[in-house]
Structures are given as C-alpha cells and as structure tokens.
Design a protein around this ligand. Sequence first.
Ligand code: ADP
Length: 352
Amino acid sequence: MADVRLSHVDKHYGEAQALFDISLDIKDGEFVVFVGPSGCGKSTLLRSIAGLEGISSGTIMIGADDVTHTAPSDRGVAMVFQSYALYPHMSVRENMEFGMKINGVGRKDRAARVAEAARVLQLEPYLNRKPAHLSGGQRQRVAIGRAIVKEPKVFLFDEPLSNLDAKLRIQMRVELEALHAKLGATMIYVTHDQVEAMTMADTIVVLNQGRIEQVGAPMELYHRPRTRFVADFIGAPAMNFLKIRTEGGAVRYGAGTVGGPAAAPEGAVTLGIRPEHIELTAPGGGAFDARVEVKEALGGESYLYATAPEGERIVVKTAGDDPTHHGDVVGLKLPAGRIHLFGADGTNLSLA
Ligand code: ADP
C-alpha cells in the first residue's frame, strides 16, 4: 500500500492537451474517485498513473518512488478495466494465476493468493469455470481477483461497473466498498457516474476539460460546491438554476425578491437550489409560484417538474404521498440557507 502524489502533470496528445497542471495528493488507504463528463480526462489521468500513458511534464510518485518514467509492470499497481479483459480459454483460477506465473511467483504462494482472493470475492465455487460460463458480475469479480493476487500498492479501476445492469451495478458497488474496507488498500476509481462517486469515495476529484475543478469529501462537494460546474454535476436530480439579478443586496427573480443571504454578493447572476431543498407552499406563499407540468411518483418520493416564472424548468422533490397533480399551481419556498449564488464565471459567491 502506498500514497500517490501527482505534481504539475500535463498531458498532450499532439496538438491537443488532455491534462492541465494536475497536482493531487492521495493518501495511503484512501478511496479516491475521478469523476466528470466524457472527455474530461479522467481515463487519461488514471492511465498516466498506471504508466499506460506517458505524461508530457510533471511527476508521479507512488510511495517513496518516483515512477514518472517507470514501466507499468514495475509501478506496483493493478488495473481493473471496464471490459474485464479475461482470457476466454483459461479457467477462473488460471486467469488469476497467469500474471503471477509470468512474474515468477512460486506455486504454493500462487495457490494461497488465489484461495484468499476467491474467498474474499466469493468465487470459490467457480474456480474451474471458463469466463463464458460466468455472469457479468462474476466476470468482473474475477478481474478484481486478478488485481488482488498481484498484491499491488495501488488499485486502479477504469469504469469497472459500466457493463453491468443497474441492479448488479449497485450490488457490485457495495461489494467494492466492502472490499476496500477489508483490504484497506489505496484505490483510485474512474467513473462518469456521480452516484458511484458519492457512494464510494472518501475523496472525489471532479475534472472538467482536463483540469481539476474541485477536490473534497462527497458531502463537502454536495454542500459547498466551489463552482456551478460542480454544483450541477454532483447531486441527482441536478441542482436547479435560475437567472437572477441583485439589487441593493437583494436577490431579484421574475417580478419579485427571493429571500437569499442577508446581503446578496455583488455580481451574482445565477441562483442554484437543489430539488430536495425547495419547500412547497400554497400559491402566493413562497418566493414565486410555478405550474407543475409533470409529476413522477417513485413510491418513496415524488418529483415535480414545474415551470418557473421566467420559463426555466424547476424540479422539486416531495414526499411519495404528496397530493400535488400535474396542472396544479404551487408556491415554492427557497430557504435562504440552501441557496447558492454564482457569478458570471461560475464561481460560487455564497461560500464564506
Ligand atoms: P474521459 O476518460 O474523461 O472520458 P479521456 O481521458 O479519455 O476522457 O480523454 C480526454 C481527452 O483526451 C479527450 O478530449 C480525448 O479526445 C483525448 N484523447 C484521449 N485519448 C487520446 C488519444 N489516444 N489520442 C488523442 N486524443 C486522445
């Protein structure tokens, strides 16, 4: 196990730059998730740590070693891919043993490591099966097993659950969290799915166009997003955004004033509020009224899709048994402590 330190990492693909000045400290035993939309550079960053991509400048340290120019096989990392990359003609046991054989690990040691990984991953009944005779979840567990037996300093996961159906994805997510707790290993995990990031990470790194947008614990990013980009990306359904004006410290929206912070920061142009933080009231009783266009009742909770006075779509989370119907006009209360105000450049101006 080891910490990982990136200093001023740049990566160019010819003319195009994929990573810009990435500096990041990952602690020993930490579960870190790189998250961001497609093309933001998260796979490039992970592959750079693995050594599968050379970087253009900067340094990468794993533990005490500068691995910037070290071959992937000598970095002490093990990577798990979305595609599993299992050998189809080998059994589960052989798939797990293969890398160790190449690296000259003795027979007894190999058997012990496979037995332990199979136990941890509940693969014992399948050790003699070929991958074709396993479910998607089992195949992904074999791919993880193959990483475990390498006894790496750092585990690297590249969207490992993307090929699984929704139910299995949730199950494997919980298994991975349990595995991290059991192994206490440093794990770096790439996903475009903010729910995976929120649920699994000790620390989330949000990437945007090759740059780090914000680093923090999941709830820190949820409550204190430094930019509109992070506010929009973290949380589901996404935060609502309304175009506002400020006048003498008051937040003006539509024809009225929205109760915001005591003094609205100069230069705020967008108000953000999460669907779960809006309160329903009778018409006229809130900051403004909105007409409900669609109601989605999910059982335990409902989502109202309404049209705000200046035409924006606004989503409100309510109770599962909320009686509001589509077509109803409701008042929406925006509690001052839940409001985020963003400047024209996307900076969250309401953070102290
Ligand atoms: P993500 O994993 O966040 O979807 P990537 O790291 O795959 O993003 O890609 C980041 C950027 O680098 C993208 O603009 C992508 O087009 C570019 N890129 C990735 N791999 C290559 C490559 N081999 N050659 C050229 N450009 C690449």
